[in-house]
Write a protein that binds this ligand. Structure first.
Ligand code: SF4
Length: 348
């Protein structure tokens, strides 16, 4: 059987794998063992599944394929951030970043090859969306970045953010499936509270998260609490007005009781005035939330620049005075284009 004809084994759930084992006249507990190798132990070759007979390993190799993700290149920043270009089994490349800070080891992972949205400040937005990632391709990024954290800094991952390439809510099923595997006791057994999915704001899908009662954190890339300004930098907002988003977020909060984080990049002379902070404070009144003010990292495709430090401080002070939990997030990995909005697959 050629590789193309083989079954992609990680697309199967345990019950489906057990059904294949029955067909092969193998006991179903063996399927459970293979499932453990695949997810819990992240083994990527049948020959390494050492508690199976050689004969069974050969049979598995003939019938199934494990489409493993590999690190194509890894770039190290002066601030210890590591940007990876991951090669998928079909040759496509996506990026994922390890961000070490004093308190956390965070993996930032991609959910799509490219992105169909066209946020003006984001390098990925200037690429076409080629395809969605499968759950195992997202999972592998986490596994590889976790190994990298242990190997380089002797600390395992503590947090995962879906803020790399792509809009996670436009790859809803695979993103949720990857989180199910990351949090499962027979997966990576990480807490939901350590996972954040960041969306550009798709009202319909935010409501769906509420209906599905998800337990992970949700972040909204807001960047302007004013429809005209938001439309200018995020064309998606033409169909997802602030009123529609507020409505969806309230619904989400009612169903999940999870507060939401608003990500707000402070651009020089665009959204950095106290008037902008007032609009943001007003938007924050809709539901329990916190705000992350993010430094911008210029990209070659667009003219935006980062706001002045004192403007960002004044912006933060205003929000805090309004009783809003506000953090300023310094940018990481700028020197290797690994910072927020800079991922765009430059492997040369
Ligand atoms: S910010 Fe996110 S949603 Fe917008 S273009 Fe970039 S990757 Fe896509």
């Amino acid at each position: 059987m050629t590789t193309a004809q083989k079954i992609d084994i990680r697309q199967l759930n345990l019950a489906q794998l057990q059904a294949h084992f029955s067909e092969m006249n193998e006991p179903t507990y063996r399927a459970k063992q293979v499932y453990q190798w695949l997810w819990e132990k992240s083994v990527r070759k049948f020959e390494d599944m050492s508690n199976l007979s050689k004969d069974l390993r050969k049979k598995l190799d003939e019938k199934f394929v494990i489409k493993a993700v590999e690190i194509h290149t890894a770039q190290f920043s002066n601030d210890h951030t590591i940007k990876n270009a991951f090669r998928l089994a079909d040759g496509n490349i996506v990026e994922g970043v390890l961000i070490p800070t004093d308190e956390r080891m965070t993996a930032c992972v991609s959910s799509q090859v490219g992105c169909s949205l066209t946020c003006k400040f984001c390098a990925t937005g200037y690429m076409d969306r080629k395809r969605n990632l499968n759950a195992d391709e997202i999972y592998d990024q986490v596994v590889l970045i976790d190994k990298q954290a242990k190997a380089n800094y002797n600390i395992p991952l503590t947090n995962i953010v879906y803020m790399g390439m792509g809009e996670p809510l436009l790859n809803y099923t695979n993103v949720l499936k990857s989180i199910e595997r990351i949090t499962a006791p027979d997966g990576l057994n990480m807490s939901y509270k350590r996972i954040t999915v960041s969306t550009a704001g798709i009202s319909k899908m935010i409501k769906k998260l509420g209906d599905d009662g998800v337990k992970f954190n949700l972040a909204l890339s807001l960047h302007a609490a004013n429809d005209i300004k938001r439309n200018e930098i995020m064309p998606i907002s033409e169909h997802n007005s602030l009123a529609a988003l507020a409505d969806a977020l309230k619904y989400y909060y009612q169903k999940t009781k999870n507060p939401v984080t608003y990500e707000y990049i402070v651009f020089n002379h665009f959204n950095d005035e106290i008037e902008d902070a007032k609009e943001l404070a007003k938007f924050c009144k809709h539901l329990p939330c916190k705000v992350n003010l993010i430094e911008y990292n210029p990209i070659q495709f667009a003219d935006f620049t980062n706001a002045e430090a004192d403007k960002i401080e004044a912006f933060a002070s205003y929000l805090r005075k309004e009783g809003i939990n506000t953090n300023i997030r310094r940018s990481r990995g700028k020197d290797i284009d690994a910072a927020c909005g800079q991922l765009a697959v430059k492997t040369d």
